[in-house]
Design a protein around this ligand. Structure first.
Ligand code: ATP
Ligand code: MG
Length: 195
């Protein structure tokens, strides 16, 4: 499951847990994205913070792990590179790529999607506020309805900045890590913070 995870929240964790159960996955690997070279729409928090937040949030689940491949590759993350790396590391594995409905729609808009289908089966989960597109008859994508969690990282960041609580939207350890490192206090300088 790829994501910016800035920060990781219970919507991500429920999606991973539901897909793991439905598809009887041995493991869910959370893959925080690399840091974009150039500033995109907003400054993304330093990769090490996002990596550690993801480790904290997933530590208690024996089937959840975190990969650094996209962070260590550097630069913006393309799903095709993530999947090629995983295919290389796990040549025998059945790979599934878990996304929310919004991310799946973006992936479908790329021009070289055919190569993706050879690398993994895609599972697109429902997400409040986004329409789950019907991609027609395809063996490459499964649509899955999951319990609706109207949570986004954007909303969590804005809540912290505005002094509102994020308790119960993110795991307790994530609340504590955000407080300890004073993340999201000033959203424009989030990427300047260091561990
Ligand atoms: P941001 O607001 O910064 O974009 P986000 O909440 O969308 O953050 P991402 O890290 O962008 O989180 O998302 C990673 C993956 O998790 C994407 O595939 C996204 O669609 C999915 N996802 C995020 N939140 C939910 C949710 N509440 N329910 C289902 N899927 C989700
Ligand atoms: Mg998002």
């Amino acid at each position: 499951m790829g994501g910016t995870f800035d920060p990781i929240h219970h919507g991500h964790l429920v999606a991973a847990s539901e897909v793991a159960s439905e598809f009887e996955l041995d493991e869910v690997i959370f893959v925080p994205t690399g840091q974009p070279w150039q500033k995109a729409e907003r400054d993304v928090t330093a990769p090490e913070h996002r990596y550690l937040l993801t480790v904290i949030a997933t530590a208690a689940n024996p089937r959840f792990t975190v990969s650094r491949v996209d962070i260590d590759r550097g630069g913006p993350t393309f799903t095709i590179d993530t999947l090629r790396d995983f295919r290389h590391h796990y040549p025998e594995a059945d790979l599934f790529f878990i996304t929310g409905a919004d991310a799946m729609a973006q992936i479908m808009s790329w021009k070289d999607v055919d190569e993706l289908w050879e690398l993994a089966h895609f599972v697109s989960v429902t997400r409040p506020g986004y329409v789950s597109e019907d991609f027609g008859r395809t063996d490459h994508i499964s649509l899955m309805e999951i319990p609706a969690m109207a949570i986004s990282s954007t909303d969590c960041r804005e809540r912290v900045r505005d002094g509102k609580p994020v308790w119960y939207l993110v795991p307790d350890g994530v609340v504590q890590y955000i407080g300890k490192h004073r993340l999201y206090q000033d959203l424009s300088s989030a990427d300047e913070s260091s561990v």
